[in-house]
Design a protein around this ligand. Structure first.
Ligand code: FES
Ligand SMILES: [Fe+2]
Length: 455
């Protein structure tokens, strides 16, 4: 039996015209399938059982999530991260964080090939306009789809775990309790192995480092002079707060997208439907972000249901209560979320610290700092254990989403993604890390010049 790979030809402009067989018709259902045509990555899917095949570019334009992980909802393709929905033409018809009246901007659309058609039991794509109106008849030949190409990455720079700027920062490398007196810890940081000893109360790194320190219950290491000091977190030394660490976790995702995820609330209804994501709370109201040296802060007042408040059961307070959420970021990967219940006086602060181990490995430290209702200092052990278990479940949901992102780092060129109102914190993160990288590069260049001048 004869075999044909494509029915195509290269044009003078470098685009590829022609029809490409991408899958057998019976292999394409309502679960998106990754395919390749003319070296470009697409997904093919039926938006309802038995419907014609839809073909779209392989990544969501928002945070570049592979659309092979999307699902069909209401005859549209829905991205799993923030629930954006695309119709058969690739038009973005729904951005939940914009609310019921929000209109998706045209740039939110996904590109689609010029044509997709089924013929003789095969699905064919024409990426670009092609003279042949229809794919060829298969006849006695069996088409051979081309291998699925790597998904296209961002065009501009990305901030990955091995970015040279990260030499100039404090990084968490272990919980203080993981490094006992007389012992040592061997850790990965920025693609290298470091051994740190605790001897006679002092911390010593075997490989030369600018500094090793202990703060907030964490061991920190700065390979070179850091651009910024460690973040001040008053709760870590406030005796009214109960401290509880989650077990350190590890992600194959770089630290940048993990930090972005921590600052993002629009994904809650989609990624955290089983924990914190209320299905009816999809809209993200406008909020402000205030730039600070080396980072930023955002204070947002929110309404939320507080069934755990004993005052609700006693009829002293309503179920619907006010909360102040304060996000703080310091470059590169120190993050705090402080949740203050304005009606009960309870506070939950999350400290989220990231250790960029290797290009594809990040260790995650999460600390809960808790103050009870009416400012109670001591939180019962079972309540703390339940809070930790809950946060671990939330983190597991985040890490499952991050694992499918196929990301080398956080894109720093804003045009490489599409940002909407809910993404102001994410935009601030990208700007902060771009500034951080530029400042570190300038400092390195100045140091090199000075070294040359004195040599
Ligand atoms: S909706 Fe696709 S990444 Fe946000
Ligand atoms: Fe999350």
């Amino acid at each position: 039996m004869a075999i044909s790979r494509t029915a195509s030809s290269r044009t003078r402009t470098g685009t590829t015209s022609g029809w490409y067989p991408v899958a057998r018709s019976d292999e394409v259902g309502t679960t998106p399938r990754s395919v390749g045509a003319a070296g470009q990555a697409y997904v093919v899917v039926r938006l309802r059982p038995g419907a014609e095949v839809t073909a779209l570019s392989a990544r969501c334009p928002h945070r570049l999530v592979p659309l092979a992980t999307a699902t069909v909802v209401d005859c549209r393709l829905q991205c799993p991260y923030h629930g954006w929905q695309f119709n058969a033409e690739g038009r973005c018809v729904e951005i939940p964080s914009l609310g019921a009246d929000g209109a998706p901007p045209p740039r939110a659309d996904v590109s689609a090939p010029w044509a997709v058609e089924e013929r003789d039991g095969w699905v064919w794509l024409a990426p670009d306009r092609t003279p042949a109106a229809r794919p060829p008849r298969t006849g006695a030949t069996t088409p051979v789809p081309e291998p699925v190409p790597a998904l296209p990455g961002p065009r501009g720079p990305v901030f990955g775990n091995l970015d040279p700027a990260l030499e100039h920062a404090w990084h968490p490398i272990a919980l203080a309790g993981e490094l006992l007196e007389g012992g040592y810890a061997q850790v990965r940081l920025l693609g290298r192995t470091w051994t740190v000893h605790r001897r006679d109360g002092a911390l010593v790194a075997e490989r030369p480092a600018w500094g090793v320190a202990e703060r907030h219950g964490v061991i920190w290491l700065a390979p070179a002079e850091p651009q910024h000091d460690l973040l001040d977190v008053p709760e870590t030394t406030d005796p009214r707060f109960t401290t509880a660490w989650l077990l350190p976790a590890r992600s194959i995702s770089p630290a940048g997208p993990l930090a972005d995820n921590f600052l993002d609330v629009a994904h809650f209804p989609f990624v955290h439907a089983a924990t914190i994501g209320a299905a009816d709370e999809q809209e993200v109201p406008p909020y402000d972000v205030t730039a600070e040296p080396g980072g930023f802060t955002s204070v947002q007042e929110q309404w939320f249901d507080n069934p755990a408040d004993p005052g609700v059961a006693r009829g002293e307070r309503p179920l619907r209560q006010r909360r102040r959420a304060t996000y703080v970021h310091r470059a590169p990967f120190q993050l705090v979320l402080r949740l203050e219940e304005l009606d009960t006086g309870a506070v939950k602060t999350l400290l989220f610290l990231l250790q960029p181990e290797d290009g594809d490995s990040t260790r995650i430290y999460t600390c809960l700092l808790l103050r009870g209702v009416d400012g109670a200092a001591v939180i019962p052990k079972d309540v703390v254990a339940a809070e930790v278990a809950f946060e671990e479940a939330v983190l597991a949901e985040d890490l499952a989403q991050q694992a499918v992102m196929d990301s080398a780092g956080l894109p720093l060129l804003l045009r490489d993604e599409l940002h909407v109102r809910a993404d102001r914190l994410g935009v601030a993160l990208r700007r902060t890390l771009a500034d951080f990288a530029a400042d570190c590069a300038a400092a390195d260049q100045a140091a090199a010049l000075q070294q040359r001048a004195t040599a």
